[in-house]
Design a protein around this ligand. Structure first.
Ligand code: ADP
Ligand code: ADP
Length: 224
């Protein structure tokens, strides 16, 4: 049974619909890649799945609860407790150290500083960037910063990780390593991953691929 499921989503910002019947479902422990050309509706689909954007029509269900039926408060709370996010850039707070950045979601969830920083340090180690713990994001390389961002997305133990072009700013070697670390960590914690990418080498880390075109989605045939 799907953990998160979107059915027949429609969303328009102007005359041309951004989503025109797209859907997607993901199970716990499964990595789904969302591919397709620029402007096809991938990010809009991800934002609807994550409850950041409300579709004009269609349903998004997470563990049998319809997101649009929830109030804004409970929906933000659900995002904080159950979802993790990794974006292409600019997600780390520049004034905080990398360790403080990773500890931040726990601190917002009222975990005590010592405990939060200890768990943050464990995640930095798992992502092989313990050495940048005391640096600020601006003092790290792109690949290190993105590993810190993955650590921050996973530190709360999310059930679903949303990754929108997480390797978009990295060279292919760093991009592949970030994907390996993200997928390994997600599998270990049985988290679902919704991965938006236009790079086939990145999508290759998924279990299933969905292609979005003109706001519609279709499942790719598995390649043997
Ligand atoms: P993709 O992620 O595949 O590049 P998007 O979902 O970002 O595509 O965009 C799909 C379409 O919706 C594009 O035409 C884009 O310009 C439009 N769009 C997306 N978000 C907004 C917004 N907040 N306001 C207006 N138009 C938007
Ligand atoms: P991505 O496809 O990774 O989201 P974009 O540059 O297309 O990158 O979009 C960045 C942000 O701007 C997104 O939040 C998207 O919803 C919004 N956006 C995209 N297209 C438009 C648009 N035409 N008008 C307003 N906002 C947009």
């Amino acid at each position: 049974k799907a953990l998160l499921e979107a059915v027949d989503l429609h969303k328009a910002f102007g005359p041309t619909p951004a989503l025109d019947g797209a859907g997607l479902s993901v199970h716990a422990g499964e990595v789904v890649a969302v591919m397709g050309p620029s402007g096809s509706g991938k990010s809009t689909l991800l934002h609807c799945l994550a409850g950041i954007l409300t579709p004009d029509r269609g349903t998004v269900r997470y563990r049998d609860v319809e997101l649009s039926a929830m109030g804004d408060g409970p929906r933000s709370e659900l995002r904080r407790t159950d979802f993790g996010f990794v974006f292409q850039f600019g997600q780390l707070v520049p004034e905080l150290t990398c360790l403080e950045n990773v500890a931040l979601p726990l601190r917002l969830g009222s975990v005590k500083r010592k405990e939060a920083e200890s768990r943050a340090r464990d995640w930095l180690e798992r992502l092989e960037v313990a050495d940048v713990a005391d640096k600020r994001p601006g003092e790290t390389s792109g690949g290190q910063g993105q590993r810190v961002a993955v650590a921050r997305a996973l530190v709360t133990g999310p059930r679903v990780v949303f990754a929108d072009e997480p390797t978009g700013a990295l060279d292919s070697l760093n991009g592949e390593r970030v994907m390996q670390l993200l997928v390994t960590a997600a599998k270990e914690t049985n988290a679902a991953v919704v991965l938006v990418t236009h790079e086939p080498r990145v999508a290759a880390y998924s279990d299933r691929e969905i292609v979005v075109r003109d706001g519609q989605s279709r499942e790719m045939e598995p390649t043997p």
